[in-house]
Design a protein around this ligand. Structure first.
Ligand code: G
Ligand code: G
Ligand code: NA
Ligand code: MN
Length: 256
């Protein structure tokens, strides 16, 4: 309860900062996008990682307010990088939208409002949604995804392969990207068995004309394996951890 009260205060005082983890083209090594990941700068406890407060934010519904702050900060970052000519419309900013946030009846209006306030090209924005967002009401989920797509916002299924995957929704839902959960990547050690579902996911993505991002790449060996599987994009500590705004900006400025 203390944490819940602290969270409410943190929202009022906007104590959240967004870090940005680069997403890399595995064949060229170039930055293709960033994932926005929230951190809470607690006045006395220092940085609180999301694993410690997102679950409570979800339970209490505070995730809706936090999610709006994150989306707004991430869009402002896109705007700034665009003004500084560090990015064009080919670079995307991926923002996590929790299932609860996605289920709000006015989620599309909220996103419209932020895009109206922070004028960016909607193509620069990608939303990461987990499969759990689709299970309760597939029809309305589909309608929301279609509306977002009409605005040219990109859509990504996060943690793909761990949830309630059903190939039928993939077929019906207008999704651009599958993000392979890092539990699959962590098993890649050079043996055939360790490839697990990744080749299958790659195949599904190809059939559906979706791209694949592998997350949690930590070793050179994993990178080599993913390249062999023709996995186009990846992110992980091997390249960079989630970086504060200035460090992400420096990396972008230095990148070819
Ligand atoms: O950044 P880190 O690796 O510590 O994140 C831990 C968890 O918190 C991950 O599951 C991540 O998806 C989640 N998370 C981080 N930032 C956000 C955010 O802005 N919104 C939501 N809904 N989840 C987030
Ligand atoms: O749940 P989600 O897919 O949004 O996960 C993002 C989380 O993964 C963030 O907490 C981020 O800090 C973390 N992360 C990013 N790269 C790596 C990595 O290479 N290894 C591990 N273990 N975690 C990572
Ligand atoms: Na994510
Ligand atoms: Mn993920």
């Amino acid at each position: 309860l203390q944490l819940e009260n602290d969270l409410r205060k943190a929202i009022q005082q906007e104590e959240f900062v967004v870090h940005y983890q680069p997403i890399i083209s595995l064949c060229t090594g170039k930055i293709t996008g960033f994932e926005a990941l929230v951190r809470w700068q607690h006045p006395t406890k220092g940085i609180v990682p999301p694993g410690l407060f997102i679950p409570i934010a979800e339970e209490t519904g505070l995730i809706n307010s936090i999610g709006k702050l994150v989306l707004s900060q991430a869009c402002h970052q896109v705007q700034q990088w665009h003004q500084e000519k560090l990015i064009d419309e080919s670079i995307f900013m991926s923002v996590n939208i929790s299932a609860k946030q996605f289920a709000q009846i006015d989620i599309v209006e909220q996103i419209d409002q932020i895009l109206a306030e922070v004028k960016i090209n909607p193509q620069n924005l990608k939303l990461e949604i987990t499969e759990s967002a689709f299970i309760n009401n597939a029809q309305s989920a589909k309608a929301i995804l279609q509306k977002l797509r009409q605005r040219q916002i990109q859509l990504c299924i996060d943690d793909f392969g761990t949830g309630y995957s059903s190939l039928s929704y993939l077929h019906n839902f207008p999704v651009d990207t599958l993000k392979v959960d890092r539990s699959f990547v962590s098993k890649l050690d050079g043996t055939l068995e360790s490839l697990g579902l990744i080749p299958a996911i790659k195949k599904i993505a190809e059939t559906m004309k979706m791209s694949v991002v592998a997350e949690g790449i930590e070793t050179k060996k994993q990178l080599v394996q993913l390249r062999e599987l023709n996995c186009e994009f990846g992110q992980g500590y091997l390249f960079a951890k989630p970086l504060p705004k200035q460090e992400a900006t420096d990396l972008l400025a230095a990148s070819p």
